[in-house]
Write a protein that binds this ligand. Structure first.
Ligand code: BYC
Length: 318
């Protein structure tokens, strides 16, 4: 390592230690850059793949009001994808490259979006549990050491908390409706509860990236810490909904000051990661098809941008 590089590294370490932000212009270790690209890309891919399970219910939403809200929410997810791809681009990769890696199966997206949305209540359960888990995980990312990612998260979290409330409200309405509606809400919660706990990633002792990511202040809490925080948050919310969480071992532990909960089926999680979840194939096929069918939009947008640029140049020259 040259003396100049050592000085740059010391500057980087000082920034991290002082809890300041690393910006795209700053020198950063290659591992830091790679870790951020991996995490931000995975996050961005999750946002756009996450449009599929909910998008599935747009045409069948039970009222015009519900349909308008759902369209807006799914559109928000596309927007989150855009903020995140833009944040990743500041690290020297293009959105097109990242999408190619996703389509080639070389980058991941969140395990949660490989489960099907069987009834309207699933839209409520996704809003309440999946967006709830997302916020729990993402609020600390607003303090991530990499500036562009942290700033993108601030806006995303504001929108996610609105999403969570709409999910809660859907479930509350169903749970206080007919017995059939209540049963439908309960069934959705039964199916989404465990996968939402898996969203936080493997248990700490199996989380290969956590220690380094926490040292770099990319992650601020471990996977298990955030999972616990989420469980503690949703137990009283489930009571307010009048619904039951499907875990007989869920119990307040006064010594720990937290709820104890049952064992997560990690075999299921790893199977989903390997591509063997209920909807992995369908999600990827749909994504690749949407990308191919959208090629003309990208070409038209590029042609338009080029035309605008040329016009501006001519006007300047005149
Ligand atoms: N699904 O060492 P670990 C949303 C992978 S979108 C799939 O703990 P790390 C929303 C992990 O990548 C929600 N893979 O990793 C959108 C690693 O594999 P690789 C997405 C997972 O990065 C629309 C391996 O397991 N949120 O909110 O330190 C509608 C070992 O894990 C998962 C984010 O992406 C998983 N659940 O920690 C509604 C948030 N968990 O890469 C809602 C940002 C782990 O070595 N990401 N893996 O092959 C993070 O905070 C962290 O990346 C994680 C994992 C906590 C997810």
């Amino acid at each position: 390592m040259t003396q100049a590089t050592r000085a740059l590294e010391e500057h980087f370490n000082r920034l991290i230690e002082a809890d300041q932000r690393v910006e795209p212009r700053d020198w950063m270790p290659e591992g830091y850059r790679k870790t951020l690209i991996r995490q931000i890309a995975q996050h961005a891919h999750s946002e756009i793949i996450g449009m599929q399970p909910e998008g599935n219910w747009i045409t069948r939403a039970p009222s015009l009001r519900r349909k308008a809200i759902l369209i807006a929410k799914v559109q928000d997810e596309a927007g989150h994808g855009l903020y995140l791809y833009s944040a990743a681009e500041t690290l020297g990769v293009s959105r097109a490259e990242l999408l190619d890696l996703l389509h080639a199966g070389k980058q991941k997206y969140s395990s949660i979006f490989n489960y099907p949305t069987l009834t309207w209540a699933d839209v409520g359960a996704i809003g309440w549990l999946v967006d709830g888990a997302a916020i729990t995980n993402q609020v600390p990312l607003c303090r991530c050491s990499y500036g562009p990612y942290a700033r993108a998260m601030v806006r995303i979290c504001k929108e996610e908390s609105f999403h969570q409330r709409q999910g809660f409200e859907i479930l509350y309405t169903l749970s206080h409706g007919t017995p059939e509606q209540k049963a439908m809400a309960q069934d959705a919660v039964n199916r989404w509860y465990w996968p939402s706990l898996m969203m936080f990633g493997p248990p700490d002792e199996e989380s290969k990236h956590s220690a380094q990511s926490m040292a770099w202040k990319i992650k601020r809490h471990s996977n298990d810490e955030l999972r616990q925080k989420f469980v503690d948050m949703i137990v009283p919310q489930a009571e307010a909904l009048g619904l039951t969480l499907p875990d007989p071992d869920l119990k307040w532990n006064p010594e720990r000051g937290h709820y104890d909960f049952g064992l997560i089926d990690w075999d299921e999680f790893y199977e989903v990661l390997k591509g063997n979840g209920p909807c992995n194939r369908q999600r990827m096929e749909h994504r690749r098809r949407a990308h191919e069918e959208g090629a003309w939009v990208r070409e038209a947008a590029l042609a338009y941008a080029r035309k605008q640029e040329e016009r501006a140049r001519k006007e300047q020259a005149a």
